[in-house]
Write a protein that binds this ligand. Structure first.
Ligand code: SF4
Length: 374
């Protein structure tokens, strides 16, 4: 089965299906679309063991797909820590892992074992969405935290379904976050601006050396411009920003290209975050990306036990990025994913807690750009 992606084709070599879902209509549809003979799984432990036993479990986990039920809830709060400012985002956990391959990807050491999984129990998903839509406050929800939102497009119509569900209510927005250009399905959908399509952006140097099988910067911006034409609100994430010689000029150029193609009024938010990682990721990067230099920068251990660049280095880069974005688009909400008050104060001149909290600021952006009616 081939997935449309710009740079390289991904081949799923094996399809595993939980024996308990073999008659589920969504499982049947996906099996038919993939066109591989499914291997039925009575006990997933043996599947997990087979993945873990590979020399490179991450690569094996990217070449097989397991269809099963999500037995926990589909909605989960995005994991944050008290020490850093968190944005009260909710993860819609429809699938796990990714067919693309970024050296810095946290998912390589997050799932044990890492493996492509897609959850077929849409009836439970719908029940969780009903509960979400009954809330009286604004919700920001995304499918791009445990996977890339748009890698599943050729196998399932889940995106159509989600866009439709969100279009029928007024208090929640769905964010589809991607590094692909798999936007074809979005063209005909009546989204009512309740779906935000977002791209992670980086410098061409980082994309080339650290992001295997992702779309190029030009392709991502072209896809974003196309979605803008189709009326979708957009968002962008400069995360993880990598510090290297000459990076500032490259990031400045990316910001410039972004605003040459996209109008600020359509941007709901732009996030900034420098590279951070749990220590367990370092040996994975060293083994799988031996030419990568990213885990060998000037890091300290943060309060969440993640390695981060020294704060003065982070602040220097953030200041410049925030200035360049503000120059081009003063009204666009720029925020940090997991930074502390000192960073906010020194780069933005305020701390979100003094302004109702970061969640509130992002809610306001969603209300303004997506037309929510809380
Ligand atoms: S695109 Fe995102 S989810 Fe996929 S490998 Fe890269 S960082 Fe991980």
């Amino acid at each position: 089965m081939r997935i449309f992606q710009e740079n390289e084709t991904v081949i799923i070599k094996k399809l595993f299906v939980d024996a308990n879902v073999r008659t589920h209509p969504e499982a049947r549809r996906i099996v038919a679309n993939i066109g591989l003979a499914p291997e039925w799984v009575d006990d997933p432990i043996s599947l997990y063991q087979w993945i873990s036993a590979a020399d490179d479990p991450v690569s094996r986990g990217k070449s097989v797909l397991y269809l099963t039920r999500n037995r926990g809830g589909f909605l989960k709060p995005c994991p944050g820590t008290r020490e850093y400012t968190c944005c009260d985002y909710q993860i819609l956990h429809v699938a796990s892992f990714c067919t693309m391959d970024c050296s810095y990807c946290i998912l390589q050491s997050y799932f044990h074992p890492p493996m492509l999984q897609f959850f077929i129990n849409r009836e439970d998903l719908d029940r969780d969405l009903d509960t979400l839509f009954a809330r009286t406050q604004v919700s920001r929800v995304g499918t791009g935290e445990f996977s890339d939102s748009l890698i599943w497009e050729s196998w399932t119509d889940l995106t159509d379904h989600l866009v439709f569900r969100f279009s029928q209510q007024q208090r929640a927005v769905l964010e589809l976050k991607t590094k692909t250009v798999n936007i074809q399905r979005l063209e005909k959908l009546d989204h009512q601006r309740k779906t935000i399509v977002s791209w992670s952006l980086n410098t061409p140097t980082v994309m080339k050396s650290e992001e295997r099988r992702t779309a190029s910067l030009d392709a991502r911006l072209s896809a974003a411009a196309q979605c803008q034409q189709w009326g979708y609100p957009l968002a962008f994430h400069f995360d993880p920003m990598i510090i290297y010689k000459g990076c500032e000029e490259e990031y400045r150029q990316v910001v410039k290209q972004l605003f040459q193609r996209i109008s600020p009024e359509n941007i709901v938010w732009i996030s900034l975050g420098t590279f951070r990682f749990m220590p367990a990721l370092k040996p994975v990067i060293a083994q799988r990306f031996p030419r990568s230099k990213i885990p060998y920068g000037e890091f300290i251990t943060g309060l969440d036990n993640k390695m981060r660049y020294f704060k003065p280095l982070r602040i220097a880069l953030y200041r410049r990025m925030a200035d360049w974005i503000r120059e081009a688009a003063p009204q666009v909400r720029v925020y940090y994913c997991m930074e502390d008050d000192a960073v906010w104060q020194q780069t933005m001149g305020f701390v979100p807690s003094a302004d109702g909290g970061l969640g509130r600021l992002l809610d306001d952006s969603a209300i303004r750009v997506c037309g929510l009616n809380p």
